[in-house]
Design a protein around this ligand. Structure first.
Ligand code: ADP
Ligand code: MG
Length: 504
């Protein structure tokens, strides 16, 4: 899919911006930025939080007016600024982070209401709305019942509805601002497939994502912003995750392998011949006190299913789970929690944390029993505990009563981890802990993981980003198609050895 250098000079960009400046109060959000997009390409816009990505998108889609001297060339015409109506009419569409949908309305209305409404003064024609919606969904290769209210659907499905809405009418250029931040890996997979199909159909997609593996998987080119300025534009072919991180942060992370030998430490978890038909087969592993066991592999390898079985949320069909020497057969995650297992799901943003609730309430939710005295939760006690955990984990928050949604992805993730620590587990399973987390904030999460391991917790770290397990685990299992196929010791192999095995 990559556009070869020759063709690039021969082809005209669909969109070309230059001299883009934007100031909010005293803050220079964009400084003399240029940016271009070719027809049908998948272009990743990368940068740390606050680097100006959303602002740039808002300028292109007419939400903000850039400073004087801006030139916006699109599809053969030139503007000094866009308006939302001009952008929309020209086929520039955007899927906002908050989706901006209407939960009470039907799927069909969410997709096509505005478009069909445009034909006013004719009365709103539900049949037209429905047909329009179905046609777009079909183009996306998605089947949804369009007549039921949107609120019946998951976040991932709502995201698809938002994409479908953007594609009603003509779309030439679609912006997606962190579309996968709250999706699980399988949902992300589906979304990436949709992005790929759009680009094959000639629609250019500009994609903002914090997940570097995903950027490398689907993008043709990459534009990097740092502090509102353009760092550069790069072909994705041949670039590495660590290089992207360096470009985004301007820092080189000389990571070192932390792995140690735990073979003499007592076993916390032993899994023997565990099977769950269609998901994983004959899985055997051991995790010891203080040890971090990494599990990596491609999407769909069965890692999350295995984690759910260890956490009592999916019943194994054969094999044994032995926790601190005793065989356990969890019938629910409650039993797993009671036995000292904690699981931080990959779906943190939709089920791990309760977004509108306060930071304090999110922290104590798994361990109310611990802080209630005589059946009542003591407010003072709660405040003290929360302050302790927040300080302990170096989490930056405003007030304890602020909603969890006011925190950055990295700080939300620390809260999600802290939430489990309150329950005092023996085994902590972290499933894709850096999804939706800024690269700069990731090292903070792994510092916490390292400290927890040092305190004696046994940790299973699941990640499809091989460097994450390579630099943070003591041993690494490669899982493919439901099987553990190989074990790596980071002290005796290179990052490339593991990547070669995983992507073979
Ligand atoms: P990104 O999307 O890369 O995280 P943004 O474009 O949202 O970054 O923000 C870039 C900078 O502009 C940040 O410093 C942010 O605080 C500031 N900013 C963005 N929108 C506004 C606004 N509406 N008012 C004031 N400052 C803003
Ligand atoms: Mg943004």
């Amino acid at each position: 899919m990559a556009i070869p250098a020759k063709a690039e000079s021969a082809r005209q960009p669909l969109l070309s911006l230059s001299n883009i400046n934007m100031t909010f109060g005293g803050v220079k959000a964009l400084r003399n930025v240029s940016f271009d997009v070719y027809p049908g390409e998948v272009h990743c816009l990368a940068g740390e939080n606050g680097s100006g990505k959303s602002t740039l998108i808002k300028i292109i889609t007419g939400v903000y007016r850039p400073g004087a001297g801006a030139v916006i060339e699109y599809d053969g015409r030139s503007w000094s600024h866009m308006s939302p109506v001009t952008a929309q009419a020209a086929g520039i569409k955007v899927i906002w982070q908050d989706l901006a949908l209407f939960p009470e309305m039907s799927v069909a209305e969410n997709i096509a209401f505005e478009n069909v409404l445009g034909r006013w003064p004719k009365p709103v024609n539900y049949r037209r709305i429905r047909e329009t919606a179905l046609a777009v969904l079909q183009r996306l290769g998605v089947e949804l019942d369009v007549d039921i209210p949107l609120k019946e659907y998951s976040i991932a499905q709502r995201q698809i509805v938002a994409i479908a809405r953007a594609l009603v009418g003509e779309a030439k250029l679609v912006f997606m601002d962190e579309p996968t931040a709250s999706l699980t890996q399988s949902e992300t997979d589906h979304l990436l497939e949709i992005v790929h199909n759009l680009s094959t159909a000639g629609v250019a997609v500009v994609f903002v994502s914090h997940r570097l593996a995903e950027v490398l998987e689907i993008s043709d080119r990459l534009t990097v912003l740092r502090d509102g300025a353009l760092v550069g534009v790069y072909p994705v072919e041949g670039i590495t995750q660590s290089r992207i991180t360096e470009l985004m942060t301007g820092k080189t992370f000389d990571q070192t392998v932390r792995a140690q030998d735990f073979s003499a430490a007592p076993e916390v978890l032993k899994v023997d011949g565990l099977c769950r038909a269609g998901q994983f087969e004959d899985v055997s592993l051991v995790v010891r006190r203080g040890e971090t066991l990494g599990i990596t592999g491609l999407l769909g390898a069965g890692r999350t299913e295995l984690a759910l079985a260890l956490f009592g949320m999916a019943k194994p069909h054969a094999g044994q789970i032995i926790l601190e020497g005793k065989q356990v057969k969890f019938r629910s995650n409650r039993e797993a929690i009671a036995a000292g297992v904690a699981y931080l799901s990959e779906d943190r943003l939709s089920i791990g944390l309760i977004q509108p609730q306060s930071i304090a309430d999110n922290l104590v939710i798994t361990s109310l029993g611990k802080i209630t005295s005589g059946g009542l939760l003591s407010d003072k006690h709660k405040r003290q505990l929360v302050a302790g955990w927040v300080a302990d984990l170096g989490i930056r928050i405003g007030r304890q009563s602020d909603a969890i949604s006011t925190l950055s992805g990295g700080n939300q993730q620390r809260i999600a981890i802290a939430k489990w620590l309150v329950a005092d587990p023996r085994l902590l399973i972290l499933d894709a802990p850096t999804v939706g987390v800024d690269v700069g904030a990731r090292s903070g999460i792994f510092e916490i993981v390292a400290r927890l391991a040092a305190s004696g917790l046994a940790i299973i770290l699941i990640s499809d980003e091989v460097p994450e397990v390579y630099f943070n685990a003591d041993r690494i299992l490669h899982m493919a198609q439901g099987h553990i196929v190989e074990e790596f010791d980071p002290r005796n192999c290179t990052l490339q050895d593991i990547e070669a095995a995983v992507y073979a």
